[in-house]
Design a protein. Structure first.
Length: 227
């Protein structure tokens, strides 16, 4: 088996209606490179081939042409159980990530066992000039460092990221909305003191108000802080 097997399987799973719908959610990706494979099917396929030699060859062969190839690549990275190798492959792959969906779906389970080490990588990602590398770094802070491993240093770091990139600003908003749902009293001053730019500030409030994890009283307060 070789790369042609993967491509054949991807096109066998093609759903054109799903492709048409999903492409509208990703304006940065040309529709011609979207096959139209549903995420559960792609994850199942990654599990099926993750230990095959041709999967290793596929991961080494960058860049890919199709959106689903990138997503499959992300899911194969998730299967790596050696932390150092996982980080190595993520750092090889991140420069080729060109959309929010591929970026946001990559959540290696091994990360949870190496949070101090991961934090050092996050600091590097947040300094990147590549939009989706920065977005991935913020996402990791949101996913792994808002509960037992929380420090006020982390929202301070996210608030200080200054970017005109839409997909970075939206991840900042997602971070702060999620942080409000978990640590409302600690995070609210970032909103009260206008620590975020206007777009990110208002999007944070919008996302927080839509959250079922924030009380009606908290939502009412947040609405009064919209700029």
């Amino acid at each position: 088996m070789d790369g042609s097997y993967i491509m054949n399987r991807l096109f066998e799973m093609q759903d054109l209606k799903y492709r048409d719908f999903h492409s509208r959610l990703m304006p940065t990706v040309d529709k011609s490179v979207i096959i139209g494979v549903r995420t559960p099917d792609l994850r199942k396929f990654a599990s099926e081939i993750s230990k095959k030699p041709f999967a290793d060859a596929f991961v080494k062969n960058l860049p890919h042409k199709y959106y689903e190839e990138n997503n499959l690549h992300a899911f194969l990275i998730e299967k790596i159980t050696d932390y150092d190798k996982c980080i190595e492959e993520i750092n090889r792959f991140l420069p080729f990530v060109d959309n929010w969906a591929t970026c946001d779906m990559m959540r290696p389970k091994i990360f949870k066992k190496y949070l101090p080490e991961l934090l050092e990588e996050i600091k590097k990602w947040l300094k990147s000039e590549h939009t989706y590398t920065v977005r991935f770094g913020i996402e990791c802070l949101m996913c792994y460092y808002l509960e037992d491993n929380f420090s006020m240093e982390y929202p301070e770091t996210v608030a200080q990221i200054c970017s005109d990139e839409y997909y970075i600003k939206m991840m900042q908003a997602w971070y702060f909305a999620t942080a409000l749902s978990k640590r409302y009293d600690e995070i609210l001053p970032f909103i009260e003191q206008n620590r975020l730019d206007t777009d990110t500030h208002n999007k944070t409030i919008q996302k927080a108000v839509e959250s079922y994890r924030i009380t009606d009283e908290q939502k009412a307060c947040l609405k009064t802080l919209k700029r």
